[in-house]
Design a protein around this ligand. Structure first.
Ligand code: HEC
Ligand code: HEC
Length: 398
């Protein structure tokens, strides 16, 4: 808005200067170049003590004319450049700002390459972090491979100030370290902003995001259709069965509806980026993805059980986010809970029937952001309202 007013006042100033210059020039030409008129004083003779140099006739005609002509040329140039400067200034400022955005993106990309790729993968497509879990006294508990989520939909789930917050302070209790000076990390406020500008450039389109969600469900559905019909051998048959299952299960009256919600809750795509379980199910990010895998993990690292970090496969009992058991007392209606999952929480804003948000709960229904220089951006939604409803139905069944 201010940019618009500024641009308009600048243009107005430009037009005012241009019209004053044009009217002034016209008036001057009208009164000064009357042809054939003799100069005042041209009738006086040359004084005897004067050095015979170029005579008055010559000085006042060729000499003077030449100098005046040059003055006129330079004056014209200056008079034209002045309004042109004002007229072109808003566009120049716009371009300069855009130029800075692309410079920020390049610098952000460079820092991402150095600081983030080792865990989040090239282009932020997801990776793993080797992580040592310790007990309250700092004693060794387990060495795990913790999934680092893809960052290619992160700006759909969090607004930019929330992402800056994660970058500044990291996520305590997970391998994500603090990167910004406020959290004791190495990056300045500007470098953190540059990282966010880089993240803008790697976000998925709505179609790619939707494909990622559905792609993530398929391995789980494959297990279901195979165990329902062990005779399915041909991969084309399996694919067709998966498609049929997905189409049927999405219907709220289907017996598979809760299983569909559960698969969405546990979506493994993009290293769990779009899953709920990675923040709400203990150990999900380092392998506790179902009962069998959790049992294996506990057998491999008995310390996890001794330290009380993992006591079995306990979906949605709380990790980075709170336990979702008995969520009905907090969200009396499914609709209210769906709205919350769609928008996520905001720092200091109350949600449900009591709690105050920390900004840590992402929104999954897409978002519209107003960015400086760039303007309005429509961030892809991660889940459709129907998918959110299926997840909420699953959560409320726990
Ligand atoms: C040591 C490994 C590691 C490094 C290095 C690292 N991250 Fe992370 N990051 C993680 C893990 C693991 C998570 C997920 C934590 C969890 O389970 O909640 C994460 C989470 C995030 C999130 C939140 C994503 C979400 O959807 O919840 C953002 C944003 C992020 N990292 C950005 C970065 C950036 C930018 C850098 C480089 C400056 C970086 N990370 C470096 C491991 C790392
Ligand atoms: C990046 C971590 C993260 C992910 C991913 C996440 N949540 Fe959350 N969730 C939180 C946090 C943190 C809170 C607590 C609210 C806050 O701190 O603002 C929360 C709160 C909630 C609540 C309210 C619980 C209560 O009683 O306060 C619900 C319901 C919920 N999440 C559902 C979901 C669903 C459904 C998904 C997946 C579609 C999901 N969450 C994914 C972190 C996460």
């Amino acid at each position: 808005m201010t940019a618009l007013i500024l641009a308009n006042t600048q243009r107005t100033v430009g037009w005012v200067i241009a019209s004053i210059v044009l009217v002034g020039m016209g008036t001057y030409i009208l009164f000064s170049f009357r042809i054939g008129k003799r100069e005042v004083g041209s009738e006086i003779d040359l004084a005897p003590n004067r050095v015979p140099h170029a005579d008055d006739d010559e000085l006042e005609t060729r000499f003077l004319d030449r100098n005046l002509a040059w003055s006129l040329v330079t004056l014209t140039i200056v008079s034209l450049i002045l309004p042109l400067y004002w007229l072109m200034e808003p566009a120049r400022q716009d371009n300069a700002a855009r130029d800075w955005v692309s410079r920020f993106e390049t610098r952000g990309a460079r820092n991402f390459e150095e600081a983030c790729v080792s865990c989040h993968g090239p282009g932020g497509t997801g990776g793993v972090a080797s992580y040592t879990i310790t007990d309250v006294d700092g004693g060794f508990v387990a060495q795990v491979e913790w999934k680092a989520p893809a960052l290619t939909t992160v700006l759909s789930r969090f607004d930019e100030s929330e992402v800056r917050n994660i970058l500044n302070y990291g996520r305590p209790g997970t391998p994500m370290p603090a990167w910004g000076l406020p959290g004791g990390g190495p990056f300045t406020t500007q470098q953190v902003h540059q990282l966010v500008v880089y993240l803008r450039s790697i976000q998925l389109t709505p179609e790619e995001a939707a494909d990622q969600i559905l792609g993530g469900l398929r391995p789980g559905v494959r297990k279901i259709v195979r165990s329902a019909d062990p005779g399915l051998a041909d991969s084309a048959d399996v694919d067709a069965a998966i498609d049929a299952w997905l189409a049927g299960a999405a219907d709220p009256s289907s017996p598979d509806y809760l299983a569909y919600g559960e698969l969405l809750f546990n979506n493994p795509a993009a290293q769990g980026a779009n899953a709920c379980a990675r923040c709400h199910t203990p150990g999900f990010s380092y392998g506790a993805s179902d009962a069998e895998a959790t049992a294996d993990l506990m057998a491999e690292w008995p310390g996890l059980v001794e330290a009380g970090v993992l006591t079995g496969y306990q979906p949605a009992t709380g990790h980075v986010g709170p336990s979702l058991k008995g969520i009905e007392t907090h969200f009396p209606t499914a609709g209210g809970q769906e709205g919350f999952v769609s928008t996520g929480s905001e720092i200091g804003t109350g949600y449900g029937n009591a709690r105050s948000g920390t900004g840590g709960m992402p929104g999954f229904g897409g978002r519209i952001d107003e960015l400086k220089v760039i303007g309005t951006v429509d961030r892809s939604r991660i889940l459709t309202p129907e998918q959110i409803a299926a997840i909420v139905a699953y959560e409320r069944s726990l």
